[in-house]
Design a protein around this ligand. Sequence first.
Ligand code: SF4
Ligand code: SF4
Length: 90
Amino acid sequence: MAISPIAMATRQPLPWTPLVVAVDHCKGCELCVAVCPKTVLALDRSRVNLLGYHPVVLTDATACTSCALCARVCPDAVFTVWAAPREEHR
Ligand code: SF4
Ligand code: SF4
């Protein structure tokens, strides 16, 4: 379905996040949870992904430093990490 020009013009931008999680690729091994220096990753035990696992979630986006340690240890390339925007672009 196409999005109308009016809907495009009035659409609110999504809040910036340092981490995008491909939820349905996660197998819940918790390697990332163990390595995160800010302890802002946890399994979401309230849901199950397409693979049948509780997927990992970022619990506090403001505390994440974009260090990318989680992405380096994840065996399934679940994370996309973004550097924080520069002050002049905020
Ligand atoms: S980028 Fe670093 S601080 Fe952010 S969730 Fe991953 S390991 Fe934790
Ligand atoms: S390391 Fe990857 S597969 Fe394991 S829990 Fe974290 S995101 Fe999921």
